[in-house]
Design a protein. Structure first.
Length: 251
């Protein structure tokens, strides 16, 4: 690949980054809302609500996201009454279909993350709050939710990264995000390895920054007495190497 082609490829991929980030940025809030509703329904006193929420989580965690995207974008267009309805204004748009499918899928996985976070709250903390005279609502708001968020954040951070990577599936329904643009550039330049290595590098850099920021948030939410120093393993390795060099010099 010559320099001119490389610059053209880099420019096209740089423009597609914003589509990828927009897909993830719109999907995550919708998925979080769906997950919150599903988690509330699964803890409801009504069996019907619990059953519907559990079926939703089970179904959309079991069906591959690519199949969900195809059913939504290609499958629903087979119904004439749907094409004549106002909903078709949204469903005919590939970006909107990708967001809907990814949000529903992310909501199912995030609901399971929320369930694990709530289950990890120590029963003793809840009993202590009740013993101090806090109502059930205040106990849930001031004790259960903060602890559950801290416990669930590592798993939810992983879900954020997975969602960002899942945006690559949107290219199958003509959304021109990073992978979709890379496929077009591959056809134009025939530089398959170079183009997709650049795409892989972009995904790697985005996710590295994202993971670092999520770790900072996790550290900020952790009580000071439970915080571990960042890069502690690297510091230990450097200290061990320096001590080994000092011993060898003495010997």
């Amino acid at each position: 690949m010559d320099l001119e082609t490389a610059l053209h490829v880099a420019t096209e991929l740089a423009g597609a980054i914003w589509v990828t980030l927009a897909l993830a940025a719109v999907t995550l809030p919708f998925g979080l809302i769906l997950a919150g509703l599903a988690t509330w329904a699964r803890r409801s006193r009504y069996r019907a609500l619990r059953g519907v929420a559990s079926a939703y989580v089970l179904a959309f965690r079991s069906i591959p996201l690519l199949v969900q995207i195809f059913v939504l974008y290609y499958g629903l267009s087979q119904f004439a009454w749907l094409r004549a309805s106002p909903a078709w204004i949204v469903l005919k748009d590939p970006f909107a279909c990708a967001v809907i499918a990814m949000s529903v899928c992310a909501g199912a996985y995030t609901a399971e993350v929320m369930r694990g976070g709530l289950a990890a709250v120590p029963q003793g903390a809840i009993e202590a709050a009740r013993a101090l005279g806090l109502s059930k609502f205040k106990t849930f708001l001031l004790v259960t939710i903060p602890i559950a968020i801290r416990r669930a954040l590592p798993a939810y951070s992983n879900e954020i990264v997975v969602t960002l990577k899942s945006t690559s599936l949107a290219c199958t329904i003509t959304v021109m995000e990073l992978t979709g643009v890379a496929k077009d550039l591959m056809s134009q330049t025939f530089a398959v390895i170079e183009v997709f290595c650049m795409v892989a590098l972009i995904y790697l850099l985005i996710n590295m920054v994202l993971i670092f920021l999520l770790r900072l948030v996790e550290r900020w939410l952790t009580p000071p007495y439970q915080r571990k120093p960042m890069f502690a393993s690297a510091r230990r390795a450097v200290a061990k190497r320096l001590s080994a060099e000092a011993v060898s010099q003495k010997g």
